[in-house]
Design a protein around this ligand. Structure first.
Ligand SMILES: NC(=O)c1ccc[n+]([C@@H]2O[C@H](COP(=O)([O-])OP(=O)(O)OC[C@H]3O[C@@H](n4cnc5c(N)ncnc54)[C@H](O)[C@@H]3O)[C@@H](O)[C@H]2O)c1
Length: 316
């Protein structure tokens, strides 16, 4: 199977996430069939789609014509079989309950043509929790969107224990085709990749609040106005590069990597060693050391513009 074999797409569950996921596919040309348990929910989700498209038009992301085309590509049904036989690629976005997802995956496995790929938008479960009875183990996976899914560009693509490379690659390419930013998660683990990173921050923020280190307001403001401010340009890996940490003296880097791999973070000895070795190399992740000054200039230009947009003209 290749990407071009995917011509029709289904979304099961038309709630907060489902209608936005449907928009992504419909906007870039795929006919969509979306299902839920009753017509009332489907009618509401069509309303949500229309209002999302009005916002996109108002913000000049798309034209009126694109909005109309997107809406016209989305059909709805309460008949799962109808959706199943008409879909080459299905995204499940129903309630976050393992038993319900298991039942649905088994039903879809029975009803869909053999080539259909079925993925879940679960935010915390893993395929082993609910996909283990499915016959097409090679054709199931996870695509984890971030709310609102028609706006936030990044989507995690997570491999399950049986997901084939073909399914993984097609899913990745399909997301690229609909202008999302797919992030490959190569191993199945609870929380996948990004919620683990986000969770680590939230955990620490809650703890610092509970220990009376700062108010909730100051924690929020601090995160948004410091590393949150930088985030569109640099995440934790790029930060190592542009902050020039890789150029620091080796003993300072060693002390830092020891802190980053400290046992409190429940890191394995093997992973801790890998972090320490990588930091000992004194090499950036992405930036060419010969073009470091150029990278900094680009960063500062971007930051200065963001400073102007977000803070400069605001009353303080
Ligand atoms: N809300 C978020 O921010 C978010 C972010 C990422 C992932 N997710 C995940 O996306 C999934 C959906 O979450 P949501 O926030 O859209 O939930 P939601 O409750 O808004 O929507 C779920 C929809 O699924 C429908 N449904 C339930 N069982 C069904 C079935 N058997 N067949 C068809 N439809 C069924 C419900 O009627 C409901 O409309 C969950 O797995 C959740 O963990 C949610």
């Amino acid at each position: 199977m290749i990407l071009e074999d995917i011509k029709k797409v289904g979304v099961v569950g038309a709630g907060t996430m489902g209608y936005g996921i449907a928009i992504n596919f419909a906007l870039w040309g795929y006919p969509i069939i979306m299902s839920d348990i009753n017509d009332k929910i489907l009618q509401q989700s069509v309303k949500n789609i229309k209002s999302a498209m009005s916002l996109f038009v108002k913000e000049e992301l798309i034209t009126d014509e694109q909005a109309d085309d997107t809406i016209s590509r989305i059909a709805t049904t309460t008949d799962l079989a109808k959706l199943a036989i008409n879909s080459d690629f299905i995204t499940e976005a129903i309630i976050e309950k393992s038993t319900d997802k298991r039942k649905l995956f088994n039903q879809l496995d029975e009803l869909c043509p053999p080539h259909t790929i079925i993925v879940s938008n679960t935010s915390s479960l893993v395929l082993s929790d609910f996909g283990s009875d499915v016959n097409r183990q090679d054709k199931i996976g996870i695509t984890h969107y971030f709310a609102p899914p028609h706006i936030v560009p990044g989507v995690e693509v997570v491999k399950g224990p049986g997901t084939s490379d073909e399914t993984f690659d097609i899913t990745y390419s399909l997301l690229k085709k609909i202008r999302k930013i797919p992030i490959r998660v190569l191993k199945e683990l609870p929380g996948y990749l990004l919620n683990r990173i986000q969770g680590a921050m939230s955990r620490e923020a809650n703890r610092l609040w509970a220990e009376g280190v700062a108010t909730a307001e100051d924690i929020e403001l601090g995160v948004k106005s410091t590393f949150g401010f930088r985030m569109p340009h640099e995440g934790p890996m790029m930060h190592y590069d542009v902050a020039g940490i890789w150029k620091w003296p080796k003993d300072v880097r060693t002390a830092m990597s020891a802190r980053r791999s400290n046992p409190e973070s429940e890191i394995s000895a093997e992973a801790a060693q890998k972090i320490q070795q990588r930091m000992a190399e004194g090499k950036p992740w992405f930036v060419d050391p010969e073009r470091f000054d150029e990278a900094i200039e680009k960063r500062d230009t971007e930051y200065a513009r963001r400073l102007k947009d977000l803070y400069w003209t605001k009353e303080r």
